[in-house]
Structure formats: C-alpha cells, structure tokens
Design a protein around this ligand. Sequence first.
Ligand code: C2E
Ligand code: MG
Ligand code: MG
Length: 686
Amino acid sequence: MVSKNTILIVDDEEVIKKALMDVLDKDYDVISAANGKEALDTLEERHGDIALIVLDLIMPIMDGFEFLAEFRKNDAYDNIPIIVATSNNDDDSELKCLEYGVWDFVMKPYNPLLLQFRIKNAMDKSRMIMAEKDSVTGLYTKVKFYREVRQLLDEEPDQTFAFMRFDIDRFKMINNFYGIKEGDKILKSIAKELRRIATAFDKILFGRLENDVFAICLPYKEENIELVSNALQLHVKKVNKDYNIKVSCGVYVITDRNMDVSEMYDRAFLAAKNCKGKYVQTVSYYDESMIESMRKEQSIINEVNRAIEEEQFVVYLQPKINLVTERSYGAEALVRWKHPERGMISPGEFIPVYEKNGIIGRLDQYMWRHVCMLLRKWMDEGIEPNPVSVNVSRVNIYNPHLIKILKNLITEFKIPAHLLNLEITESAFMEDQDLIMKKMSELHKLGFKIMMDDFGSGYSSLNILKDMEVDYLKVDMKFLQQDQGFNGKGEKVLTSVIRMAKWLNMPSIVEGVETLSQVDFLKCIGAEYAQGFYFAKPMPVEEYEKFVAKERENKCVSPVSENEVIVNELWNTRSNVSLLFDILDTPIAIYEYRKSKVELLRTNKKYDEVINFDEDIDDEEYKRRLSEQIDLLMDAFETIDKGDIPNPIEYELTEDVWYQITVKLMGRRSDTNIMMVTFTNISQYK
Ligand code: C2E
Ligand code: MG
Ligand code: MG
C-alpha cells in the first residue's frame, strides 16, 4: 500500500499557513485551504491522498465547527485524523470538538516541535487503525481478522470452528455496469447483514479481506453454515433486483487448528471455486481431493520451464477441409505434451492452468516458432505449403511486443505472412475492442490472416462480426449441441451465423464436425470449411505430411457433381463463380426449397437493381413483391421436387413490366433443393 503523506492545513491567516508549511514540508506534502468551505472542496477531490488535517476554528465563510459538522457526514472521511488549533484554553470548544471526533489539539501560536510530534503520533495511530478496520465497510481487515481467528481458536480449544470464505460472482461486472458507488453500496450492505447474522451466535468473527471477499469464522454445525449462506444469498438478491447477484461460499471445517489461518483461507477458497458460476450452488466444502488437484496444477506449472527447454511440447496438426472439394486446405496447430513420465497429456489438462497464470504466452510463442520451422522445412523441400493456423491467447493479444514477435518470426524463417494464420478466441474480442482492432489492423498490414476462434461459445454477438475485420470465422459444432431438444433451433442459428458471415465476406470454418449428416448439413447451409474427427483427428507432423501427400496423388477424388461445385462456389463470395454470378446481366435469385418451405438465399447485382431492391420501393412493397413471387414459384418448386420439369412463368412486376421466370434445380442434398430462378424481361413482346 502506498502510504498517504499529504497534510491539509485549514487556516485563514496567510502568515501562519506559510510558517506551518515551512516546518512541515520537509516530511510531508502540504496543501492548504483558507476556510471550511474550501477545505470541503479539496477533500471531495483529494480525500484519498489526505493523511491528516490541521484545522483552525475561527475562520470567515465557514468556521471550524461548521466544517466539522459537514466532515462527519461523509463516511469516506472516517479515517482522516484532525488536529485542531486553539488560541485560548476554551474547554467548551474542546468538548465540542471531541464530540466531533477530533483527535488532538495544539495551542496557537504553534510550537513547531510540538506540532510535529503530535502529527506523527496521530498519523501512526491512524495507520494502525486503518490496518485493522476496513474503510468501506468498517469490518476487520485481513490482518486483524486473521489475528482474531488465531486468538479465538486458542481460547476455545474444545469447540470445532468453520472458516467460511465468500465472494460475489462476477463482482467486477457489477462494478462496471453500475459503477463503483453501487459496488460499494453492496459491500456495505453485506457488512450490515453480517452484523445482523452475528447476533445469532455467541462466538463469531467476520471481516472483509479484499475487494468483494469476506470471511467468517464460526462454530461448526451444518445448520450454522446453511443459515449463514442462505441469509447472505437472500440478502444480496434483495440489494440489487436488476442483476442476478450470487454469492459463492467455500467452507473449511477447521480440523487442523495448528495450520496458519492463511492456509485455512486457501482451503476455503479452493472449495469456493467449486460453486463459482453454478446457478444454484452457493456452498461448497473443502475436501482433500481439492488439495490433490491443486498440487497437480502446481506441478504442471513447475515443470513448464524444463518442458520447454527439452521440447516436450509437440505440434499436432488437424487438417481443415474445403467442403466443396473435400480436400484439405491447411491445418490448425494444436499443442500436445509428451511428458517423459506421464505420457501424452492433452491440452485440456494444462492449457487452463497456463492461461490462469500467463504462462500460456510463452507456450504460444513456442508453438508459433515450431510452426514457422515446419513451414520453412516444407518450403525447403519444394512443397508449396497451405497455411497453418496457430492459437493466440489473450495474454499475447495484450502483449505490447506481439506484432514485433510475429514479424521477427516470419522474417527469421522467411515465410510469407499469409501462411501463418492467427486464431484469436472470440471472448478476447469482447474485452478491449479498440485495442484489438488496432492490433488486427497492424497484423493485416503485415499480411497475416486472422480467424475468430470459438465463435458462439461465449458472449458472442453477431454485431461484433460487422465491426471486427476478421478474415475467417470459426464456429464450433458444440454450438448446436448446446440446445439439443429445441427442435433444431441451434441449426437455424448456425445457418444464420454462416450466412451472415458470408454477406460480410467472411468464410466460415466449422469445427468439431464428427458425422456425415453434419457434413451434409454444413454443405447445405454453405459453410466453406470444416475441421473435425469426421475428416481427421489432430495428428503428428509426419502423419499430416503423409495425409497431404496422399491427397496430392489422388488429384480427382472429389465426390461432388459439377452442379454442386457451382452451388458451393456460389456461397464463397470471393470465388470466380460468385464473381461471374454478380456480373451476369440477367437477374438471378437462388432459393432453398425444403419440405414446402422456401427461403431466399442469394441474389445477384442485376436482380437487386431491377427486381426487388430498386431504390424507389419501401419495405412493405419489397415484402409484397417477394411473397407474390414466392406464390408463383411454389408450383414450380414442387414440380421440380417431384422430378418433373416446370413450365416457365409469366410475371408482371409493375405496370407493363413483364418478366418470364425460369426455375432450375442447381443441387440437391437429402430433402433440400437449391433452385436457381432467372428473370427475363419480355415486356416488348407483350
Ligand atoms: P481450439 O483452438 O478450439 O481447438 C479445437 C479443439 O477441438 C482441439 O482440442 C481439437 O482436438 C478438438 N477437436 C477437433 N475436432 C474435433 C471433433 O470432431 N470433435 C471434438 N469433440 N473435438 C474436436 P485440443 O487439441 O484438446 O485443444 C483444446 C483447446 O486448447 C483448443 O481449442 C485451444 O483453445 C487450446 N489449445 C490447443 N493448442 C494450443 C496452443 O498451442 N496454444 C493455445 N493458446 N491454445 C491451444
Ligand atoms: Mg483454435
Ligand atoms: Mg476453436
């Protein structure tokens, strides 16, 4: 803690102020105010810095007593000691001052030596009190609470106690949403509730240890714990009704009384983690297995240096498949730990641990380097490699040297930047958007391609897609599994996400693809790439090299028909087919027809110009025209679905503007038909 060192002198006499400043400013920062009003203004702005006030009683505008009355009204000033300067020995004034909580007096004119001593004493005493009393809630601080717990345990050797630690889930968010003041209000009201709860117990201690973390030491009985945790949970729910506040309590039943109180805290904290983020669970008890898993975490952390030095981490590659050609187009590099004793350890075990303490930053860079080495090796062998993507974790995004590190890597290995793709997890995009946009634009300038990883796993918002210039969108198939049983709602959402990305010129890569039916579905909705066990699991480099070599041998294995290639290419807004589609002079619309349901998927520029979107029409008219056309098309779609050829349709768009509409089947997968609808202007023949 930085110790506060500013003294505020409140006096109207310039000469006295000046003399005091000369004496004090060797040891303190000294500021001054000419009357009570000025002093209150200064306090409002700087009360956090002010360690002590020397106050004159007789002043114009607002005198010392009026000042004291106002001063006492503000809790935030509770811990600032005041020394009052009196010019005569007036008992009444002194008594009044003491009632206002004034700490000490000095006689005017000042004796500099005496004043210095009194200031030092007052400051020492206030520091001691501050160390024991939390300034926001007035509860014990950590130091004081631990000391009191120790004493209680020593005094009551026959009583079993529990150490309970609790905090508020996502308290930081509450502070962000509602402001620090509201946050403080919640903390204060919890303190009040704790004081209320405490009246039910004979022996109980409680304190605020830091931020939103509180601790209680109370006689252990399951009912006691339940009573306290229920009361707390009920209370916080009432404090702020808009926000669903939840507490997480961890309990260590003190079986080993000799251990340090801080260790008891650690155990209660470990337990508390068990109910973090769980909707209903508010209490969790410590048990020995928790220590075991913490030890495991610790050993994972301790071993990292050696593992990096000895290159125990290896690159596995998982191919990404182009859904049109069903051939691989590059891969994602995923780390695997070949532990000398424990064998292969999966990232699930160590990545979260490394993420927690920032080690992940080093591991990332290790992976980037190894992937660059690999790309260099392939290029040296005369192979034209496809891009490999690497994961960039949050710490590296905030690493001020990120750009330099990546630039140095591609320079050192002489690799074109577009071969090293960067996967940045979606949640990172939600934090500091300005910063991430700046970094992305620098990376783009260097030629790197950026993928938004795990889209849909966090607080994703479609809105973010339009603001963030990412080159590819990675969506996890898990996205679908999350709401199984909702009648395919997830499928609809995935469909919209992928279509939306397409409109934004952002190809999608769907991860976690495990089955043929998923592949079919993804093709239907126009996803460009897939990655998943269905095609290939993450594999060692040699295996990947064989995989790619084999693909190169079988040049024409594509199982898709030509028509389907065209359909699929159409989804890729950057493909040649797509470009051609847009420059054709005939209005064209692509529809999906599935079990009597129709959806307009894409239109070309000409269509947008002349059929539905021309500038003169409003929303209503647009809808009217579209539904009119769909009514006309329905028959044709049904005919095609049955395998017959439909008749051309004549259609009057606006007065005397006639089109002939032709419908063709472009592709079909299970029960979904993709239809091409062309419009030919026949007005002149009418
Ligand atoms: P991620 O980046 O989203 O990687 C995809 C994960 O999905 C990989 O898990 C991959 O093995 C798994 N996966 C691929 N296809 C399928 C499938 O069909 N079904 C299922 N169920 N899973 C599939 P892995 O390798 O265990 O990695 C897990 C996560 O760990 C990664 O998720 C990534 O966030 C992180 N990670 C892995 N390697 C690195 C790395 O080098 N650096 C960083 N920062 N993170 C890494
Ligand atoms: Mg990834
Ligand atoms: Mg992913």
